[in-house]
Design a protein around this ligand. Sequence first.
Ligand SMILES: [Fe+2]
Length: 148
Amino acid sequence: MDSQLEALLNRLLEAERAGHQLLDAMGQETSDSEVSALLVNFTDVEVSDTAILEGLIRLHGGTPSTETGDFADKVLRLSSLADQINLLSQGQAWVARKVEQVLALNPPPDIAAFLKEMANRHRHNMEWARAEAIKLSVATDLPGRHQR
Ligand SMILES: [Fe+2]
């Protein structure tokens, strides 16, 4: 496997692992049932992403990284849920951009197909998270009103 391709795929793998760790932690922290249900949906997808990325790297002769990115720490350091979800949205955008970098290297077709599908899901989640962050910040801005 091309070393540049392997390095980028491993960055994605480490980021997905961090994403999973983060969503787990956030899901346990939030008391908002709507938010926690959506986070669980995110988490299910992240788990299969890491397994498929590992498999594709191995299939094409590379070595999957065993590291986890530092994204979870960065997000969990923020004190408000709105800020956390906002950064989560930016993380989804980062994944979509990173996928474009990989596609520019003309990866094998099975890798390209999986990454395109993965990027689409992350773009969708990016929009959802951004909308959710806006809802949460509006709810906390309104004095005396805690309903969303
Ligand atoms: Fe992800």
